[in-house]
Write a protein that binds this ligand. Structure first.
Ligand SMILES: [Cu+2]
Length: 181
């Protein structure tokens, strides 16, 4: 396989991991049907509640989430660990596809253990030609930082919230989203 082509083909998605792609970029990879099933970005006015999620090395509190189908939830996510962590709502397949992309961020020096290297991110952007966007189903946080996601759970897909920083999912940094009536 031509390595250069491989990198070019995947970098837009890799970038989505961190800087976040448009949802369409991130989700096109997993298929539009999947994108619909996992839900969609919500509006704060529609949020029925706020759920606080704390990230540690390498687990979440709470460990799992129970959410009503159709519910819009505002997640306030805090990284209380010593490493960079991600809170990403997606199907298991999407997480699986996301892992190698995060590995590429690591290899480009963008993703350091305890910080996001924005200079490296800019260099990667310059060399790859991709812009910075927001990825509405994911937030990547340095230690001590807090972020927010507002998500509407429209479907009945099998969902997980997980951290795709290399090694973290495997270490157990993943929880189930149980959708109920
Ligand atoms: Cu993590």
């Amino acid at each position: 396989m031509n390595v250069k082509i491989f990198i070019q083909a995947t970098c837009s998605i890799a970038f989505s991991a961190i800087i976040g792609a448009t949802s369409s970029t991130a989700m096109a990879d997993a298929g539009h049907s999947t994108a619909k099933l996992i839900g969609q970005p919500g509006k704060v006015a529609d949020a029925t509640r706020t759920v606080e999620v704390t990230m540690y090395d390498n687990y979440y509190e709470p460990e799992n989430l129970t959410i009503k189908e159709g519910e819009t939830v505002r997640f306030v996510v805090r990284n209380a660990g010593g490493f960079v962590h991600e809170f990403n709502i997606a199907s298991p397949d999407m997480h699986k596809a996301h892992g190698p992309e995060m590995m590429m961020m690591l290899e480009h020096g963008v993703l350091e253990p305890d910080r996001i290297n924005w200079d490296a991110a800019k260099k990667m952007q310059a060399s790859m030609g991709h812009g910075m966007h927001n990825d509405p189903n994911s937030v990547l946080l340095e230690p001590g930082k807090t972020g927010e996601i507002i998500w509407t759970f429209t479907g009945r897909a099998t969902l997980e919230f997980a951290c795709n920083v290399p090694g973290h999912y495997e270490a157990g940094m993943v929880g189930q989203v149980k959708l109920t009536d």
